[in-house]
Design a protein around this ligand. Structure first.
Ligand SMILES: [Cu+2]
Length: 168
């Protein structure tokens, strides 16, 4: 009987929701097996615009270095596949970060990068990394093929720039 009662209440709440009513959500601590089957997430559907997309391929490493040779990313240029990610690792001479110039990006790439970049200090600017061993992983999933420049905000004037080419 408890099961039936729960199902009816939940069904009513779902109907309200479907009609656009702002009713309370069904209790979330109900046993999952008693809940009516929800729509299964469509895993192969395109994610909503503006949603972060996780790495589905390889994570490549790019070092962030400041030494007697200057300030640089190593490698400076990297080619990756759609769905790959880059793990930026702080090696020396920080603080370093990774940032993109919005004016150099196509609108769709800008929007997806903004969605994919964690902990932005400001739009398209990753957080500062001060200590050796800190890292920052950026997913390029959902990024259209092309070549995109990035730079280190503190060392832009010293030429600390890199390029990532995303292929199909
Ligand atoms: Cu730097």
């Amino acid at each position: 009987m408890r099961f039936l009662g729960f199902a009816v209440v939940t069904g009513a709440a779902m109907l309200l929701g479907a009609c656009g009513g702002g009713g309370d959500a069904p209790a979330t601590d109900a046993p999952a097996t008693d809940a009516p089957a929800m729509e299964a997430p469509a895993t192969d559907a395109a994610p909503a615009a503006g949603a972060a997309q996780a790495v589905t391929g390889t994570i490549h490493e790019v070092k962030m270095v400041g030494d007697e040779k200057g300030y640089y990313y190593e490698p400076t240029e990297i080619t990756i596949k759609a769905g790959d990610g880059i793990k930026f690792v702080m090696i020396s001479g920080g603080p370093h970060n990774v940032a993109f110039d919005a004016t150099l990006l196509p609108a769709d790439v800008k929007a997806q990068l903004e969605a994919n970049m964690p902990n932005q200090a400001s739009a398209l600017m990753g957080p500062m990394m001060l200590n050796a061993g800190e890292d920052y992983t950026l997913s390029f999933a959902g990024i259209a093929p092309g070549t995109y420049e990035f730079f280190c905000t503190p060392h832009l004037a010293m030429g600390m720039k890199g390029k990532v080419t995303v292929t199909e």
